[in-house]
Design a protein around this ligand. Structure first.
Ligand code: SF4
Length: 428
């Protein structure tokens, strides 16, 4: 099988792996009344990426051809989707075409939800490190791909598989002079020295925890060991970043780290998921936690398990951004007695209805952290509010709207110069 055929084979399933800052879209079957524009402006913020963007990372050793319109280039671009190339959002909103793929789909583990699980009857393929590196560089030089996300099924154990991932990264960085964005997976069971080496080569590393604790993981992936194989490597990433100088990292910076949970594969509650998310964001300084709503895959033990409601995934993302960027604590999230978040209401609005509806916040005097609690005010617009009120008192919703705040959303929870604003902006 040639390299293109292998990439196409893997691409069918790479949607299962959310990556980078993919654009978060509110599910269309939503019962929520919140508009997409408001959700995005309030929650879709740039994460603290730990790498410079392509525009500030060009290097003389990169050997990209100028954008051409030859027939072969056009055909490669036309095949982006089929090869597993999708757009990922970078800090500042820049999008890059990211190749997401695997070294091998011949996995020896048997996670119940996974299409690559051992024993499943489907066509498998494997890249050698050299072949993988060459295939990516061909796409990169032709501008079909601008960044690389490399994962793998486990073949011959986590240590051996991690070695092959590192070999691929070494070839790309040292032999082929690739200096662009590289996200490397850390395999379950990888050793600390391998984690450190991966961190010296990548802009981002990740370990998928899949489940919030050992008991839930046993229901999803019986051969993975939650603490020793999955959590420990994430702790090492944080230790290495904390204890070794930045100069040992790729281009003088340690990579960011992320993880992912499968949502709805077991009966786990949102509280279980958000409890560990809060720990990971705060204590292990993860840039982001991904939530992947369960989809049944044919010919797996979970093939008859119902798919998870995408709205649940969306609410979990909103909640994790509240923890990461808005100063919320786990206790602030509106869990039901069963430990789940309401699907019908944005968690920030739910919090504000309980805490601010009768105790509105004076926008002209509140501090940054207090303002961030107000629906419609995000990490960017709060800076603009602080700047604007240095020069003048904000009297009405129109003043507020000029700062980028979603004024209609904030109105029920604020005072402007001592007065509750009308709930709707007047046109004149
Ligand atoms: S380790 Fe599990 S989740 Fe990963 S590829 Fe293998 S079967 Fe799939």
């Amino acid at each position: 099988m040639d390299a293109t055929a292998k990439l196409e084979l893997f691409a069918n399933y790479m949607f299962l792996e959310p990556s980078e800052e993919h654009v978060m879209v509110q599910p269309t079957n939503s019962v929520s009344q919140v508009s997409l524009r408001e959700e995005r402006s309030a929650y879709h913020t740039c994460s603290p990426f730990a790498y410079p963007t392509a525009s500030c990372r060009s290097s003389p050793v990169e050997q990209r051809q100028p954008l051409s319109t030859t027939a072969s280039d056009t055909s490669i671009k036309g095949k982006r989707d089929s090869l597993g190339i999708s757009y990922a959002v970078m800090p500042g909103g820049k999008q890059i075409a990211l190749l997401k793929t695997l070294l091998t789909s011949a996995c020896e583990r048997n996670c119940y939800y996974c299409p690559f699980r051992s024993g499943r009857d489907f066509r498998r393929a494997t890249f050698q490190p050299n072949e993988m590196a060459s295939s990516f560089m061909e796409l990169y030089r032709s501008h079909a791909a601008e960044g690389f996300f490399l994962s793998s099924g486990i073949a011959g154990g986590g240590v051996k598989t991690q070695d092959r991932l590192i070999d691929t990264a070494e070839i790309l960085r040292r032999k082929m002079g690739y200096t662009g964005y590289l996200h490397l997976k850390i395999m379950p069971g990888a050793e600390r020295a391998q984690v450190e080496r991966s961190m010296q080569l990548a802009n981002r590393v990740s370990v998928n925890l899949e489940a919030p604790n050992s008991a839930r993981l046993a229901q999803l992936a019986p051969h993975k060991v939650f603490i020793d194989e999955l959590l420990k490597p994430l702790q090492w990433v944080n230790d290495i970043r904390r204890t070794l100088p930045d100069q040992y990292g790729w281009h003088g910076r340690w990579p960011s780290s992320v993880t992912q949970f499968v949502i709805g594969g077991t009966d786990e509650s949102d509280l279980e998921i958000m409890s560990i998310s809060a720990e990971l964001l705060k204590k292990l300084r993860l840039s982001r936690v991904y939530y992947s709503a369960f989809h049944p895959v044919m010919d797996t033990p979970f093939e008859n398990h119902p798919p998870e409601n995408p709205m649940r995934e969306f609410r979990l993302y909103q909640s994790s951004f509240l923890l990461r960027d808005y100063g919320f604590d786990l206790e602030d999230l509106p869990f039901s007695t069963g430990g789940n978040l309401p699907l019908s209401v944005d968690p920030k609005i739910a919090w504000a209805q309980i805490n601010l509806a009768e105790n509105p916040i004076e926008v002209n005097t509140a501090d940054r952290q207090t303002l961030l609690r107000v629906p419609g005010i995000g990490p960017q617009s709060v800076e603009d509010v602080l700047l604007a009120r240095r020069h003048r008192t904000l009297h009405d919703l129109r003043d507020l709207q000029r700062t980028g705040v979603i004024a209609s959303r904030a109105a029920p929870f604020i005072l402007l110069d001592g007065h509750r604003p009308p709930r709707q902006l007047t046109l004149w």
